[in-house]
Structures are given as C-alpha cells and as structure tokens.
Design a protein around this ligand. Structure first.
Ligand SMILES: Nc1ncnc2c1ncn2[C@@H]1O[C@H](COP(=O)(O)OP(=O)(O)O)[C@@H](O)[C@H]1O
Ligand SMILES: [Mg+2]
Length: 472
C-alpha cells in the first residue's frame, strides 16, 4: 500500500500576490518530492498562470482563492481539467460571499438565520417597509469583510433605509436578528472537528467579536454544534473547513459563516498538510491522529506559545496502554458520559475524493456579475442614480432543470460501445464516485478515463465520439 516517490502526484502551492499564504513547505514535512509554487499576479494573469501550471506538470494545486479572484479561478480550473484543486472551486464557493454561503445552506437544507437577498432594490424597499425588526444587514461581498465591520443591526425601517442609502451595498443582504449566547468556530479536517472555541460578546453587546473586546474559550462545545459543522463540511466536500455556528438563546444552532480560508494556528495547518499527504499517497503517509477535544487541552497553553508550536502529535489510544490520557478521560457529551476515544471512532477522518462535476457553475450562480449595477454613466436621469437596474430579477433564479442521467442510462450508453461491458461501467462509477462524476469526466475531459484499468486511449476515443454523437 502507498505510492512510491515516482507515483506520487506532483504538488503545487497556489499563491497570490498580496495575499497571506496559508500553506508552505513546512506544512508538508516529509513529502519526498519537490513541491512547486505558482503565483497569481492578478490583472490579466490567467493565461500565463495556466501555462505555468501546465509547464510544471502539476497534478494537485493546493491553496485558497480569495473572493475577488474566485470567478477567474473557476475559469482557470476549467482549463486545467487534469489538475485537482484542493480545496476544489466548488468547495470554495462559500469563500466568495455571504450570498454564496446562504445559497449553499439553502441547497443542503442547513440551518441559517432567515436570510433575504435582493438584487432589486425597489423590492427590497417594499419588504423593509413591512417587515419586523431588528434585522441584521451585511455586506455580502468585498475584500476584508471579516470581523463584523460590515455587519449592522437596524431597529426600524428608517434605520435600514439610511444604512442602505449610505453604504449602497449590492445585493441588499439581510437577516433576521437571532439572539444568541455566543458563536462557535469549529475547524475540521477530513470532516473531523479538530479545534473549536466559543466567542462571546462583551456584556450587553450583540456582536460576538473577540477583536472588539469579546472573550473566547475552548470548553464543552456542544454536540449539536460539532454535528452541524460535520454536516456542513460534508456538504461542501471540504478537505479542510471552518464553520461559525451561532448558538441561539433558543438553544438552536445556525450557521453564520463557513469557508476554507480562515485564521489557524500553524499546528493546524501542519495537520492539514499531513492529512493531504495521507490522502494523496494512497496511505503511504500516516493519517494524523487528532483526538476529539484535543482543543480543550491545547487551549490551556498560552496562545503565544501555541502559535510557535509545530507538528503536534498525539499517541493513539490503545487498550493495553493504560497511561494514555485520551484513553482514560471521560466527558459529558450530549446527554451521557463517554470516553473521549470513543468519540474518535464516531467522528472519523474521511478521505475526501476529487469530484469531476461542477456543482456551482458560474453561468448559473454568479448572480453578482449577472445582476451587477449598471455603471453610472449609462443612466440618463440623475435621479436614477440610486436606483439599480438589474438585468434580471432574482425571482427568475430557478434556471431550467439540468439534464439528469440515471445509472441505467449511463450503462446503456457505455455498453453500446465496443469493448465496454457492465463490469467496466461499475468500475468507472466506483472510481469517480458517482454517475454524475463519470458524466462530468466524459463531458469535460475523457482522457481522465485512463485512470481506470481497461480504458486505453483507443477506447476513450470511442467514448468521446459516442458522447459527441449523443449530444447532437
Ligand atoms: N443574524 C444575526 N443575528 C444576530 N447576530 C448576528 C447575526 N449575524 C451575525 N451576527 C453577529 O455578527 C458577527 C459577524 O457576522 P458575520 O456574518 O460572521 O460577519 P463577518 O464576516 O463580519 O464576520 C457574528 O459573529 C455575530 O456575532
Ligand atoms: Mg464572522
């Protein structure tokens, strides 16, 4: 088991000018081959960037894409179908904007505060006149929109109107105000929670922002919060993930934010590196052991010290080794007391597989550019300036249903090709994860089929031809 040096995929770090780097070589300690770096220089750098990735023969490109480059990178990813992006651009959909977080949560039925997104400001105004208050208004998109600087509480229509008139946010994005105890940040690797802490608002305040005088602690993060975070990470197919969960005074949990870009101690980034090395080496490298509730223990260490600690490892629980701390320790969890190591069996580290379907194609989901405000000079009357003219109303959101191909249909299509039988169809679905993924590969870049035993270049040509014929 495990790939030899020659078989390992070629890794590359995706860097951006002016953007802090989440990973570097030190997070991938022990990786035997050279790790390339490719830096995006912004402004018209797309083609050069693609060429560099190709020239360096990179198989896996690792790193976060900032919101402002997100759409460009969706295009770049399309032109590099052989490259696995970690995290995938679909996983990073939520990084782009609060609107995207909301749409992601809507799709998967994940709990969030009731949210309203208006591209049509007139309709928004009608709604704001009749809705209940307080409401929370947020800027959906924009560089450095973290830390509550663009989050406002309004108590009346008048306040809402004044705020939007002043800030001119577009789209107009707002939520019901949720009274909460605190919010909780959970970080996950391979869908397993690896760190979690409470952030509480200062006395009498509603914003749970530690940079503005709030407090944080690592103790007894509730089961409901961890379970929700796992569900969200799975829905996002995230190799690594952070989720801010609001813990309501009503006891309910709701997602406030989620993303692959977040602030994390270096030892967490080391764990992500180790996890990815395990994931990409077919098990040659050890899966990191990150015991549940390790954060309650590490949280006792001063943050300044924790910031300097690297490559933290824990021994695994072993029945015959009775000195193991995490083996003996019990904890109230949900409604009963459990051994912490039992929770490790429950919260597994999953291998996140590459997907070949585009879940959030920009043609459909990039409302922001589709419904952008028209440039001011194109407006005739001065009084129009405040009134945006969306090219399309948000009510027209539900784009035509995409074609859905069933397993049977895929089987029929493939087995009609000389040299493909039922066994090979089964192999394909197993290898790529689902019928949709197989279709994605056939549609976008059939040469990837070569990964599966029995698919020669010649056979792939036949598949390609048959697919084109079918689409006619
Ligand atoms: N719907 C809401 N009801 C009550 N408080 C909220 C709501 N949304 C956000 N907050 C508070 O505002 C803070 C910042 O909001 P958030 O959506 O996380 O934006 P930011 O990108 O600025 O961090 C949250 O941590 C929370 O304390
Ligand atoms: Mg936040």
């Amino acid at each position: 088991m495990g790939l030899s040096n020659k078989e390992l995929p070629k890794l590359g770090f995706l860097y951006m000018d002016y953007v802090l780097r989440f990973f570097d070589h030190s997070n991938f300690k022990g990786w035997p081959n050279k790790i390339e770096t490719v830096t995006y220089h912004w402004k018209n750098d797309k083609d050069r960037f693609i060429k560099e990735v190709k020239a360096k023969k990179i198989d896996v490109l690792i790193g976060n894409v900032p919101a402002t480059a997100y759409e460009t990178f969706r295009e770049i990813a399309r032109e590099l179908p052989h490259v696995r992006f970690i995290p995938s651009l679909d996983t990073q959909f939520s990084n782009k904007s609060k609107e995207n977080v909301t749409r992601f949560a809507w799709k998967y039925g994940l709990p969030i505060p009731k949210t309203y997104i208006y591209y049509n400001h007139k309709n928004a105004d009608k709604f704001l006149k009749k809705c209940e208050y307080p409401k929370i208004i947020k800027k959906s998109y924009g560089p450095s929109n973290y830390g509550g600087y663009f989050v406002h509480k309004v108590d009346s229509y008048k306040e809402a109107r004044e705020l939007f008139d002043e800030k001119r946010y577009h789209p107009e994005y707002f939520q019901d105000f949720v009274p909460m105890e605190a919010d909780i940040r959970v970080m996950l690797i391979g869908h397993k929670p690896v760190c979690a802490f409470w952030r509480r608002a200062p006395e009498g305040e509603w914003l749970t922002n530690t940079s503005q005088g709030g407090s944080m602690d690592y103790n007894d993060v509730p089961k409901s919060v961890l379970d929700l975070a796992v569900k969200v990470s799975k829905a996002a197919k995230a190799e690594y993930w952070a989720c801010d969960v609001a813990y309501g005074k009503d006891g309910k949990v709701r997602i406030l934010e989620c993303a692959t870009a977040f602030a994390a101690f270096p030892y967490i980034r080391d764990w992500i590196g180790e996890y990815l090395m395990w994931l990409l080496s077919d098990g040659r490298f050890r899966k990191p052991n990150m015991p549940m509730f390790n954060w309650e223990e590490l949280g006792k260490i001063s943050p300044d010290l924790l910031r300097t600690m690297r490559h933290i490892t824990f021994g695994k629980f072993n029945v015959s080794y009775d000195g193991a701390y995490f083996g003996n320790k019990k904890k109230m969890y949900g409604k009963k007391e459990v051994y912490i190591h039992e929770l490790d069996a429950k919260y597994k580290v999953f291998p996140v597989k590459r997907r070949y379907v585009e879940e959030w194609p920009s043609e459909k989901w990039n409302y922001q550019d589709k419904l952008a405000l028209k440039p001011l000079r194109s407006l005739k009357k001065k009084s129009d300036i405040e009134v945006p003219t969306p090219t399309k109303d948000e009510s027209a959101e539900s784009v035509k249903n995409e074609i859905k191909i069933t397993k049977e249909e895929l089987g029929d299509f493939l087995t009609a090709i000389d040299g493909i039988g039922k066994k090979k169809v089964k192999k394909l679905v197993e290898h790529f994860g689902s019928v949709d993924d197989v279709i994605g590969v056939i549609h976008q870049n059939p040469t990837i089929l070569e990964e599966v035993q029995g698919f020669s270049a010649k056979l792939i040509k036949k598949v390609e031809k048959a697919w084109k014929k079918l689409l006619k």
